[in-house]
Design a protein around this ligand. Structure first.
Ligand code: NAP
Length: 249
């Protein structure tokens, strides 16, 4: 089950954390995976990781704050490996602060990387998906896109924006056999949450019904399912994966 032979996947932010786990999991299931990093060292490490594990894929450099790179990267992948059939918009950043003190640059960069870049990547990839009459898009959101979070108005707005974007896309692309869903993690053990103090992590874990942070591999398992043939009737959904946190969303 969940085999992905013959598929070409693009995973943004595959050098670390959740994106790395997703890239490896998709490749383990047989997809050719192009994973992105912001540095050439990061991209080379992704290529090495695939080679060491003897699974297929490569790393490429992509900085989502540089709009012009997106179309070129997609064109290059498509000319080398055929149209991209799986797009995982995973890369994300935070730049926290209370709204009253937030500077424009904090707002703009978080919206750009977490939301606008996803739009640009979808636009670039859907041409090939429409021609191929198939495709799977997963946008990685966050629990805070539904719950809000003091000190993260920019990030929560971007992640909430991804939900409206994805639902609209699902309606536009369903007739083309392309599914679009949001995976919304709670607190996951990555560099993003490692920035929290031990005390903050313990306080947060105590509010999670399963009493612990999730792992990147747990998110990757859900993504593998969503892009597999077994999930062919799921589109336009926001799937929360958060250990029971924020059950009302
Ligand atoms: P992470 O460990 O901080 O890794 C971030 C990834 O994004 C890295 O691969 C990084 O590449 C890439 N990236 C950063 N800035 C970029 C830019 N300007 N252009 C392109 N790529 C960029 O993050 P994570 O925790 O795995 O999070 C992955 C996704 O899950 C994000 O969308 C995040 O919002 C979401 N999420 C995470 C959590 C959590 O608890 N960790 C919870 C909810 C949602 P480099 O290595 O080259 O910097």
């Amino acid at each position: 089950m969940f085999r992905l032979e013959g598929e070409t996947a693009l995973v943004t932010g595959a050098s670390r954390g959740i994106g790395k786990a997703i890239a490896l999991a998709l490749s383990n299931q047989g997809a050719y995976v192009v994973g992105t990093a912001t540095s050439s060292g990061g991209a080379a490490a992704i290529t090495t990781e695939f080679a060491t594990r003897q699974i297929s894929g490569e790393g490429v450099v992509l900085n989502l704050e540089t709009r012009d790179q997106i179309t070129d990267i997609v064109r290059t992948i498509e000319s080398n490996h055929g149209s991209i059939s799986i797009l995982i918009n995973n890369a994300g950043i935070t730049s926290d602060g209370l709204t009253a003190r937030m500077v424009d640059q904090q707002w703009d960069s978080v919206i750009e990387v977490n939301l606008s870049a996803a739009f640009r990547l979808v636009r670039a990839c859907t041409r090939g998906m429409i021609r191929a009459k198939k495709g799977k898009i997963v946008n990685v959101g966050s629990v805070v896109g539904s719950s809000g979070n003091a000190g993260q108005a920019n990030y929560a707005a971007a992640k909430a924006g991804l939900i409206g974007f994805t639902k609209s896309l699902a309606l536009e692309l369903a007739p083309r056999n392309i599914s679009c869903n949001v995976v919304a993690p709670g607190f996951i053990e990555t560099d993003m949450t490692a920035a929290l103090s031990d005390q903050q992590q313990a306080n947060l874990a105590s509010q999670i019904p399963l009493s612990r942070f999730g792992t990147p591999a747990e998110i990757a398992s859900l993504v593998v399912y969503l892009v597999s043939p077994e999930a062919s009737y799921i589109t336009g959904q926001v799937i929360h994966i958060n250990g029971g946190l924020h059950l009302s969303s």
